[in-house]
Design a protein around this ligand. Sequence first.
Ligand code: ZN
Length: 328
Amino acid sequence: MLMTTNHAYRISFLSTTRVRPCEQLPESLSGFEPVKFKEVLDGTLSADFLVDIIGQIIKISHLEHVNVNGKETEKISLQLRNSDDDKLPVVLWGKFACDVNEAMQVRDEHCTILVLRFGKIKEWKEERSVSNAYNVSELGLNLPMIEVLKFTDSLPKDDLPLAIVESKYAAIANGVSDKDDFFTHTPRKTIAQMKETKQVEKCILMCTIAGIDSDMGWFYLSCKVCSKKVLTVPAVNDDDGNDDDDLKHTYYCVKCEAYNPVTVPRYKLHLVVLDNTSNTKLMVFDNLAVQLVNKPCLQIAGPSDKVEFEETNVLPPVLNTIIGKTCQ
Ligand SMILES: [Zn+2]
């Protein structure tokens, strides 16, 4: 599993957690922490962590359509530079490649600054580059961010023109898909070995599902449009002093910036798993849980307007059918 942060702790939201939008978020709280190109290139940074990068696009290839395991995918190769004039290869895939290609064709600025959040460090034949991570990364060109303005000011004042180049990283196109990459390059571990590991890293476990911990519920409500978890926000009070209003809530989708989006329930299972060395808990989200249960969450939880949130920690019997399954 790729990690988005190296923090030792994380905050979990329970179904009873109440949040409300913050009107004035300090600008310094963007969470954007670009890494040094040098540390990507020399291996200082682990490929297990997703990274933020900022750089000026100085080279760009044509948009290519490459075949990755039978599926046609768009690909574009870039070279970025930073204020120290270090160069970082970046390869973008799919929609990210199309978006950048389109933006670069119609751009009128001389200097294009790319911001990639949660990019994936890739290693190919000892050469390191950064790619977008499927479903996670965010990308923007010449974003109106303080970091972008500061970065632009720090660049060498040489008016370097943009170079259109042949795709240099053709080898990667013939390479492996994320899935094959995962199964061939990820070490297998027992649960005991995994528990001894002191640092965050990817591994493959072969284990048997011994039970499902339902204390934290077994599903969450997601936005039908973008699939993200919706937030429960307090409904606006009428100021009539009625205490019941405190219990009223509405839903909000952060990604769509919409109140009361159409919602669908999705799995979030906390599995208790074991092998012959130890036991542990794994959190399994919808796409994987569906493969285990063989039924969509909606079918079990029912339409979201009828979902009783007070009872989300009562496990429906059908979920017990996955107990005893062995998987990796
Ligand atoms: Zn949404």
